[in-house]
Every structure is written in structure tokens, then in C-alpha cells.
Design a protein around this ligand. Structure first.
Ligand code: UD1
Length: 365
């Protein structure tokens, strides 16, 4: 059995490793790792391959940046050639980025079975490009591998046949569990490098927060206020950096310590030791829930409600007064206590591999 794993952007890389490792245990499986090239800067891509000890991609489509239509269409054109050449039995797609939906559309038209890792998540907000990618991918995928029970509920509501849905848990947490000791080993040098005692960690790059200058200004000036009480470190995505430059917003953010995007291990260590994390990322909501670190999410909704229901996550939306007051509460020691969701146990990759191999056996009988 031949499988192609499709990855393209930063949040995909920590999800693919555990599945590759688990499939290695099944000798009948040949694996091909395909990178679309959606993310291409060394600190957005290569460093993750090194730190996560991923095999070098067998294929890199080198698609790069572009509008959604351009990026998706170019990925489809280049990916179709690879599928026709390799003729995989299964294609595994991860998360909700443009590379995910592009590969899914190609396979659906060619009749190649698709397994979607991290299926079923819904923000119910179609203004988010990721929500559109999730809806399309889940309608077309043959196997839907969900991280939490809300994913199953959403898929069933959308009419997906129950036999296609499998609750496997959170594969990103497999990587976190495996690499936490290595991340921890970096903590002393990170503390020294950034001069950290108590601090908050910031991670923002959603278009709704960073593309609109009025919103970005409001966020930066609120962060600047919070930074007067708690130093804030902000490893900055190229998209956000560009917006701050374009709109001349650097002067209102002088109290915030910015740095280049960090590797997986560095970011994990910084999350684990932070007094709070301020984010709009999906993955960071999950990692802070697992680490039981307070997380304030600058979004009106989340496709990961379990991080709010049982985890340490609080949605503050784009309400800057709420952001200020929730940050103040954490600083006064009123932390939201959370628990780790079921099946976020470091074994999701193994469960995914079992299901794929089982399904292949049944369908080839
Ligand atoms: C993508 C994902 C988003 C994810 C984010 C994580 C989609 C629709 N969005 O958003 O879900 O949270 O990745 O990082 O797929 N750029 C660089 N270097 C790079 C990559 C991008 O400078 O290596 C810059 C380019 O100016 C590019 C911009 O960042 O135009 C946006 O990149 P893109 O891949 O379109 O989306 P992200 O914002 O990274």
C-alpha cells in the first residue's frame, strides 16, 4: 500500500510526524512525503523538519505565496501530476490550510481515497478561509479522523456516514509529548536570550486581526498596555510583520519585545513557562490546554470548543476591554483551571495508522 502525506504550512508539520512514525511499523506501507511549499522561509518550514526529525520531503511543489485562488489552483495543478505519477492507494491530508483543500479536490476527482487528519472542527464562521477548507475537505474525504467528540457531532450533523468517522484524539499532542523534554532542555538558554522572568507569549497572524489596520492598531496598543505589567514576547509571523511595517504601527508597540518566528522546540518551551499566552492560532489553543497554561484567544469563535469547555482557553474576541480585564485577572492569580481532553495522550498517530491499514485491508478484499 502506498500513501502520500500532504503538508504545506507550519501547522501541518507537527501533525504528520506521529503518523509517519506509526505507519513505519506496518511493513506493507510505502510512504511518500509531499511538501506543497506553501510555507518556504527557513524559519517557517525547514527548522520544523529538523527539530521534529521529519524525513526530508520526497517531493516539494514549491508553490509559495499568492491569493487563495492562485495558491490553491497552482497546488492542484502540480499535485495532480504527482498523483498520476505515484498512483497512491491513500492520500493523507492534515488540518485546514490551502494545501489541504487543494490536495483533497485533486484526489476526489481522480478517485483516490483521502484520509483527513483533524477532521470535523468547525468555527461556523465562513469568513475564515480555514473554515471553507475544512467544510470542503470533510465533504470529500473518505476517512475522517477527529481529535475530539465535537468533531464527530459536527460531521454527523452534516450528513457524513458514521462509518467514515473515527475519533482518534489529537495527533499534535503526540509530538508535544515526545518533544517536551527536548524543549525543556532549551529553557535556560531561552530565558537568558530574551531576558525573561514572568512574561506573556503572543502569537497572532489571522487576517481578521492583522490585515485591518484599525484592529491591528487597537490590539497592539492594548498589548503595549499589558506589557507595562507583564513583559510580552511576540515571535512574529511574516504576514504580521509586514502589516505593522505597511501601516507604520511600530511606534505604538514599543513596550512589546518582538523576535523572528521561532522553532517548534523554542515556542513549546516558551508556552510551557508563560504566565499567559495571547493568540489567535488554533494549535496554540490546544497546546496551552494540554500544558494547562492560561490562554486568551483573540477571536469571536473557535473551531476547538473543547479548549474552552474543559481547557484553559478563554475567548476574548476583538473586545480590547475584555482582553485587558482577563489579562488582569490572570495577573492577580485568578487562573482558569482546566483538564486535558480524553485521547490527547500521545497515541493518536498509532490509532490513525491502525485505522488506515484496517480500512485498506477491508476495501481490497
Ligand atoms: C497559513 C494558513 C493558516 C495558518 C498559518 C500558520 C491558509 C488559508 N492559512 O496562513 O491557517 O494558521 O498558515 O502560519 O492556508 N510568508 C512568508 N514566508 C513563508 C510563508 C508566508 O513570508 O514561508 C508570507 C507571505 O507574504 C504570504 C503571507 O505570509 O503572502 C501569508 O502566507 P499564506 O501561506 O498565504 O498564509 P498564512 O497567513 O501563513
Amino acid at each position: 500500500m502506498k500513501v502520500i502525506h500532504v503538508v504545506g504550512a507550519r501547522p501541518n508539520f507537527m501533525k504528520v510526524g506521529p503518523v509517519i512514525d506509526a505507519l513505519k511499523e506496518h511493513k506493507s506501507v510505502t510512504q511518500v512525503l509531499l511538501h506543497t511549499g506553501q510555507h518556504y522561509d527557513a524559519n517557517m518550514s525547514q527548522i520544523f523538519f529538523e527539530q521534529l526529525a521529519l524525513p526530508a520531503p520526497d517531493i516539494n511543489l514549491e508553490i509559495g505565496s499568492g491569493s487563495h485562488a492562485v495558491q490553491t489552483a497552482q497546488t492542484m495543478i502540480a499535485f495532480e501530476q504527482q498523483v498520476l505519477q505515484h498512483r497512491p492507494d491513500w492520500v493523507l491530508v492534515y488540518g485546514d490550510v490551502n494545501s489541504t483543500v487543494a490536495a483533497t479536490l485533486v484526489c476526489a476527482k481522480l478517485g483516490i481515497p483521502i484520509a483527513h487528519v483533524e477532521a470535523g472542527l468547525r468555527s461556523f464562521d465562513r469568513s475564515m478561509p480555514e473554515e471553507v477548507n475544512r467544510l470542503v475537505t470533510d465533504q470529500l474525504a473518505n476517512l475522517l479522523l477527529t481529535p475530539s467528540p465535537d468533531g464527530d457531532t459536527n460531521l454527523l450533523r452534516e450528513g457524513v456516514q458514521p462509518e467514515r468517522i473515527h475519533l482518534v484524539g489529537n495527533v499534535m499532542i503526540d509530538t508535544l509529548v515526545r518533544l517536551r523534554p527536548q524543549a525543556e532542555a532549551l529553557w535556560p538558554s531561552l530565558r537568558e536570550r530574551f531576558g525573561l522572568a514572568g512574561y506573556g507569549l503572543v502569537h497572532l497572524n489571522r487576517p481578521t486581526n492583522v490585515d485591518e489596520p484599525t484592529m491591528l492598531r487597537a490590539i497592539l496598543s492594548t498589548l503595549n498596555e499589558i506589557a507595562a505589567d507583564l513583559p510580552l514576547l511576540f515571535p512574529i509571523h511574516p504576514r504580521t510583520r509586514k502589516r505593522i511595517q505597511d501601516h507604520g504601527l511600530a511606534p505604538i508597540a514599543q513596550g512589546i519585545q518582538f523576535c523572528e518566528p521561532l522553532g517548534y522546540l523554542e515556542f513549546l518551551a516558551l508556552q510551557a513557562h508563560a504566565a499567559m499566552v495571547l493568540t489567535d492560532s488554533g494549535g496554540v489553543q490546544e497546546e496551552t490546554t494540554f500544558l494547562q497554561v492560561p490562554c486568551l484567544t483573540l477571536r469571536e469563535n473557535t473551531e476547538r470548543p473543547i479548549t474552552v469547555d474543559v481547557g484553559t482557553n478563554i475567548l476574548v474576541g476583538q473586545d480590547m476591554d475584555l482582553l485587558r480585564s482577563e489579562a488582569g485577572r490572570i495577573l492577580q492569580g485568578q487562573r482558569k483551571q482546566g483538564t486535558v481532553p480524553p485521547l490527547w495522550d500521545g497515541q493518536a498517530g498509532r490509532r490513525i495508522a491502525e485505522i488506515i491499514v484496517q480500512t485498506e485491508r477491508v476495501s481490497s478484499r
